[in-house]
Design a protein around this ligand. Structure first.
Ligand SMILES: NC(=O)c1ccc[n+]([C@@H]2O[C@H](COP(=O)([O-])OP(=O)(O)OC[C@H]3O[C@@H](n4cnc5c(N)ncnc54)[C@H](O)[C@@H]3O)[C@@H](O)[C@H]2O)c1
Ligand SMILES: [Zn+2]
Ligand SMILES: [Zn+2]
Length: 371
């Protein structure tokens, strides 16, 4: 669009208040940007953390960082993305030449980490404004709970047109994080016993990642039997309800007293983090995908940290979106990665607060806003 145009977006004006769906505006595209007409956006736990105030961002802000759509327009100097392409949006733009980019860690890119907390683009500016004037921030360089989203071309990853948008959007965060955690970061060997703690979208994707990696046994842990039933459909071979059972004892009992080879934590709870190091065997690997309030203290039994255990926290499952999104799309189209099963309900943008209430209550794996 050559001129400023209007569209609807869900805006958060202050933590612990409902999102308001309102008309916002965006200006003409800058060099390198593309305009994406949104088709589907998933409600992720991270958005909920911003709403609740555990994850602090400047306001007002457009949330939403797990999304797919169609390229409506490309700005000057854009290469590799064309009008009409179906794209999944990445939330990890990176400069490509800083200390961390040079060390193959785009998730630690200095420009990304520098601008991320301000929720503005790499040039320090916002791409979306309130109708009455004033900048809106864009969560994780996106702000996808909106009918349109302006992003740098590097964040719009082309995927096959056969992939339905509701499944495609999940690749943008939860699925990339869980599957990538299992395939890119953890070193799950064929036949290993893996445990996944927390069976929301991230955990259920991790279960599938462990299956794709060839794990011999996959023990899913949650507090909710319905989530565990779903984990079994997606590849878990053992189910443990942490409300009723001693998870570490089950881990040992299934492994000749050792503990499991690899634990992926996707609950994002201090109890889950503590459990992860209790359940893993000496020399085993713990991967924390979940997160809790950054100011929270998390306690561990010191003895559980000993024994040559390798403990790592990872964001975004080691994503290289341009490489991984098409691969995940292919796995889905081939029936090897089940994404439909992660969608609890499709909602309209106007129902977004109800969607977050369901996520908070643990009633939904993913609610997906359809535009
Ligand atoms: N690393 C990343 O890049 C990244 C990306 C997305 C989300 N996350 C984080 O991953 C976590 C999961 O996200 P989600 O969207 O799947 O959330 P979710 O709320 O849908 O899922 C969390 C699951 O953990 C279960 N759970 C809670 N406490 C538990 C416990 N003590 N033991 C066992 N299970 C427990 C819940 O019942 C729920 O099923 C969150 O902390 C989120 O912030 C991280
Ligand atoms: Zn997310
Ligand atoms: Zn960089």
């Amino acid at each position: 669009m050559a001129v400023t145009f209007s569209f609807r977006a869900a805006v958060l004006h202050a933590a612990q208040t409902p999102l308001t769906v309102e008309t916002v505006t965006a200006g003409p595209l800058k060099p390198g940007d593309v305009l994406v007409k949104m088709k589907a956006a998933g409600l992720c736990h991270t958005d909920l953390e911003v709403i609740e105030g555990g994850l602090r961002y400047p306001m007002p802000i457009v949330l939403g960082h797990e999304a797919a759509g169609i390229v409506e327009e490309v700005g000057p100097e854009v290469k590799g993305v064309a009008v009409g392409d179906h794209v999944v949006l990445s939330w990890n733009p990176h400069c490509g030449h800083c200390f961390y980019c040079d060390r193959d860690l785009p998730i630690l890119c200095e420009t990304y980490l520098g601008h991320g907390p301000q929720a503005v683009a790499f040039d320090g500016e916002s791409r979306v404004q309130l109708r009455e004037g004033g900048d809106l921030r864009q969560l994780m360089f996106l702000g996808a709970f909106a009918e349109y989203c302006t992003v740098p071309a590097q964040q719009a990853i082309v995927v096959p047109k056969e992939l339905p948008f509701d499944c495609a959007c999940l690749i943008g965060c939860g699925v990339m994080t869980g599957v990538g955690g299992a395939l890119n970061i953890a070193s799950i060997a064929h036949g290993d016993t893996a445990m996944v703690i927390g069976c929301g979208a991230v955990g259920l994707a991790a279960v599938q990642g462990a299956r794709l990696a060839g794990a011999g046994e996959i023990i899913a842990v949650d507090l909710d039997d319905a989530k565990l039933t779903l984990a079994a459909k997606l590849g878990a071979t053992g189910l443990v309800n942490a409300r009723r059972e001693d998870v570490a004892a089950v881990a040992k009992q299934k492994t000749g007293g050792r503990g499991v080879d690899v634990v992926l934590e996707a609950a994002g709870s201090p109890a889950g983090f503590a459990l992860s190091v209790e359940a893993v065997r000496p020399g085993g690997e713990v991967l924390w995908l979940g997160k809790t309030d950054v100011t929270a203290e998390v306690a561990f039994r010191w003895g559980a940290l000993m024994g040559e255990k390798r403990i790592r926290r990872s964001s975004y499952g080691g994503a290289r979106p341009a490489r991984d999104f098409p691969l995940l799309a292919r796995l889905c189209l081939d029936g090897k990665l089940l994404l439909d099963e992660l969608i609890t309900r499709h909602i309209a943008l106007d129902e977004i607060n109800t969607g977050f209430a369901a996520l908070k209550a643990g009633e939904a794996i993913r609610s997906v806003v359809m535009f």
